[in-house]
Design a protein around this ligand. Structure first.
Ligand code: ADP
Ligand code: MG
Length: 230
């Protein structure tokens, strides 16, 4: 049992079912998981076992049916929707599996979004966004549109966008899937560096065995449950 005052994430008995009319899928079947501040936790498991569902619940993008999830001692379910949005905008960075960049905005504009939502002025947000893009090796592509970038470059824009506002919790769905080995290592080193800050935490879904060495702990999922933590 971890010390509750140092927990970034505390999930208790999470259950989530998708009801598609003719059939029910139990995506999360009683998940208990703690992530400490300063920790980089990787989540692995076969396709369809519930990884994306779990991180979506943790990040407050999806509501669970049963159980509770606290982030830094705050249960998002107890917040009014406006407060919940504000809490998420300030504290969470999310890298989606499909990147989810806005196609009509430049790379720098995409990366600026979390800052704008948090009230930073446009020129300052743009300046910080270009700096963040430099850190992921895309300083020269800040004015490119997503469609002009390769999959790996788009993925790095998505990672820059998740980090720009210095969130306390970063959640990534397969963040190195489109990256070659060296770029993947650079991105992981950047993410790991964030996790080393004592009050932050990362949860990273990955299939990429090449990056397992960056993890503090690895949680294995199967069939909606966590079957092993090492
Ligand atoms: P993973 O990310 O590990 O591949 P997911 O969390 O995406 O797994 O999915 C877990 C299970 O829930 C799978 O059986 C999947 O088909 C199902 N599922 C995921 N999203 C939906 C949805 N929006 N509607 C219905 N079923 C879904
Ligand atoms: Mg998934």
């Amino acid at each position: 049992m971890m010390n509750p005052s140092t927990l970034a994430v505390s999930c208790k008995n999470l259950v989530k079912t998708y009801d598609t009319g003719d059939q029910k899928v139990i995506a999360l079947n009683g998940i208990n998981l703690d992530v400490a501040m300063g920790e980089l936790l990787m989540l692995v498991g076969p396709s369809g076992c519930g990884k994306t569902t779990l991180i979506s619940v943790i990040a407050g993008i999806l509501d669970q049916d049963e159980g509770s999830c606290e982030l830094f001692g705050e249960n998002l379910k107890n917040l009014k929707s406006q407060d919940k949005l504000r809490f998420r905008a300030k504290n969470i960075g999310f890298v989606f599996q499909a990147f989810n960049l806005l196609p009509a905005l430049t790379a720098a504009e995409n990366v600026s979004i979390p800052l704008l939502i948090n009230g930073v002025k446009r020129a300052e947000a743009e300046r910080q966004a270009v700096q963040m893009l430099e850190q992921v090796g895309l300083g020269k592509r800040s004015q490119s549109m997503p469609a002009q970038l390769s999959g790996g470059q788009q993925q790095r824009v998505a990672i820059a966008r998740a980090l720009i506002h210095n969130p306390r919790l970063i959640v990534c769905d397969e963040p190195t899937s489109a990256l070659d080995h060296e770029t993947g290592n650079q991105v992981m080193a950047l993410l790991k560096n964030v996790a080393l800050q004592h009050d932050r935490a990362l949860v990273i879904v990955t299939h990429d065995a090449r990056v397992f060495s960056f993890a503090d702990r690895i949680a294995e999922m199967d069939d909606g449950q966590i079957v092993k933590v090492t």
